[in-house]
Design a protein around this ligand. Structure first.
Ligand code: DP6
Length: 360
């Protein structure tokens, strides 16, 4: 069993004064949701996600050795311009990961980051952003410790990303990623995401995710606050147990390719996530009227056509429409004809399952 201490490095054997790295890391969409956590970003239940392909963050990290190493120093650029509002989050991340990356105070960093999706689209960039940053820091650590194995590189990258934002640990490597210890998933861990270890049925090859942008405004309740409200939540224990059960169901679904079962688990998870929000104290609702319009339209379309299209939601009003590759044309036509009217400014993003972070 891994412990966090396994990621505290021994003395580095190599050195570097200056340079830069660049990584892209994708967003991901959870099928079984992470909602509720313990101290140190340990999830209250296991989750699983599809890694996305097109929605990603691209981050360049430049580093330059300093004379004094008593503080973290860094500049932050977002789409080429200094972005002061993002700095506290990065500062907090650096403080959290310092014991695992003891070189962080030795360099001045310039973090230059951009997203491929429109900002203020309501798509969270914390998963892709934290994953991209973690990859860059691991590239630097690999220079300092050239003996590092590839397995350790990716595991620790996911471990670090998790400390930035929980779901970010699922944006590092693999199409289908599990995070959180689950009895029947070999290698699964609360500390980092792992690629789903078994073979996955061909029905899921190139699975499509069209993201309908229902509401692009700032969320009234952040994920961090939402997670916190799972403490002393009346349904928490049952919900956490249900996530384990739903993962068991998906183990079978990924093996046999049964899309009816897939849809049941995925839609139930999405609605359960939002049910947890509605039954928190204080309670809140992140869905919008158009979110429900879309859900109802998808159910009607699926009933009438038997096309295995379903929805999931993250912590917001946007709807992820999930479907296998072979029905893409019909589903995109349906989206055009019936769902675009419910999107803010008619906007939606076409994405699909992807492989994870890429060194550029
Ligand atoms: C609803 O990973 O954003 O998207 O760990 O506090 O940064 P923090 O939370 P975050 O929560 C994501 C919640 C979710 C479900 C999921 O992605 O599993």
């Amino acid at each position: 069993m891994f412990t966090a201490n396994d990621f505290i490095p021994k003395k580095y054997t190599s050195d570097i004064t200056k340079g830069n790295f660049e990584w892209s890391a994708p967003s991901n969409i959870a099928l079984v949701k992470y909602w509720g956590k313990k101290d140190n970003q340990i999830p209250a239940n296991p989750s699983v996600s599809f890694t996305l392909n097109n929605c990603k963050t691209i981050t360049k990290l430049a580093f330059d050795k300093k004379d004094f190493s008593d503080n973290f120093t860094f500049d932050l650029l977002f789409e080429g311009k200094p972005k002061e509002d993002f700095k506290p989050k990065i500062q907090k991340f650096l403080e959290r990961v310092f014991i695992y990356l003891p070189f962080l105070k030795d360099y001045h960093f310039t973090i230059d980051t951009q997203n491929t999706f429109p900002h203020s689209s309501g798509i969270a960039s914390s998963a892709s952003g934290m994953a991209a940053l973690a990859m860059n820091f691991m590239s630097l650590e690999k220079v300092l410790n050239p003996e590092m194995t590839e397995e350790y590189f990716y595991q620790k990258a996911s471990f670090l990303a998790r400390l930035g934002s929980g779901s970010a640990c699922r944006s590092v490597k693999g199409n289908v990623v599990v995070w959180g210890n689950q009895a029947n998933i070999k290698g699964s861990s609360d500390l980092f995401g792992v690629e789903f270890p078994n073979a996955i049925h061909k029905n899921f090859n190139n699975y499509q995710d069209t993201i309908l942008l229902v509401d692009k405004g700032e969320k009234q309740v952040s994920s961090t606050v939402g997670h916190d409200l799972m403490h002393n939540h009346p349904y928490a224990e049952r919900r956490f147990a249900q996530a384990h059960e739903n993962l068991d169901k998906l183990i079978t679904v990924f093996e046999n390719g049964n899309l009816d079962e897939f849809i049941k688990v995925v839609e139930s998870e999405a609605l359960t996530l939002h049910a947890m929000m509605m039954t928190s104290m204080p309670y809140f609702i992140l869905m919008k009227p158009n979110t429900l319009q879309i859900i109802n339209a998808i159910w009607k379309f699926r009933n009438e056509t038997q096309i295995p299209v379903c929805f999931t939601l993250d912590a917001g009003a946007n709807v992820h429409v999930l479907y296998p590759e072979n029905v893409t044309e019909k589903v995109l036509q349906f989206i055009q004809d019936e769902l675009v009217v419910f999107c803010q400014n008619g906007q939606y993003l076409c994405d699909k399952i992807g492989d994870g972070a890429i060194a550029l």
